[in-house]
Design a protein around this ligand. Sequence first.
Ligand SMILES: [Zn+2]
Length: 335
Amino acid sequence: MLSRKIEDKTVFIVFDMEWNQPFPGRDYKFDVSSLSGEIIEIGAVKYVYDSGILTEKGIFSCDVRPCKYTTLHYHVKKVTHKTNDDLKTGIPFEEAYKKFRAFCGDDFILAGWGNSDPDMLKMNLKFFDMDDKLNCFFLDIQPIFSMFAGERGKQRSVEFAVDHYGIPKNDSFHSATSDARYTGEIFKRIFDCNKTSEVLSVISSSSIDPDLKREYVNVGSETENPLDSLTMTEGWTKMCPICSSTFREEISRFRIRKSVYALYACDEHGEFFSRTRIKKNKSGKYYAASVLRFATQTDYYLVAAKREEYERFGSKGAPAPIEENTEETQEVKTP
Ligand SMILES: [Zn+2]
């Protein structure tokens, strides 16, 4: 139930969206954090998988008329090259989403570049009182590209990947439809340029259920000693956050510098990535912040790489700074 196997006739909907943003400091009649972006365009390409090949089966393109953020934010204007008049030509979000779902069909895997699009889609559905369950798996093509392109752990742009594969640049970037097309082309190339069995094995274990909470956070109480703080959340990290059953250890706990890593598994809910960090508060006391999340292939490689470092150098870690993983810098964004 955690991820989805890919078989012949599996349908992929590679999608991309553009959204407008609120102006900082402007007074809105609602909590802006509940709508950090309002969707203004949805683009998608449908592919059917068969014997190692993706075949394109249709394109979806729809401009959406925003009703909350009706003036283009300067940043969005710059990136998308849209105008305020463009915003008036779209159809209401509810209608656009219905059309999009009709295009998707009943059984498909949603795919995109980065994981912000499904989150933004769910946020808009919730804000406009629609059913925010997507009821499908989502595959983030970005880390899969990085892995097969030898760029593991790096967050590359769609344009970087397009250049990597020498895909002709006929459309401008940053329109939902052209970015969905480009992302689809990249996805096709990943299949074309690599061993089918390897691609299948990676993507079959990488899709996630966007309707499930992906990340669980627990903060322990203060301690005087940094290492003592770790014991405060240790028990919490050893249980599945969904069903509370005790995890099996796939890669057992180990500490490198201020972080403890592990890879756990629940028989029912699959693999979890676990990381606990020792932090210091303003009064000089220590506490532990633990994260458990559904492990993606990227997480798996992160823990495996850290484990290797641990086995070579112990808890002090490698003496020279090892290549900084993007995963490390993402942590700040964690809600
Ligand atoms: Zn469980």
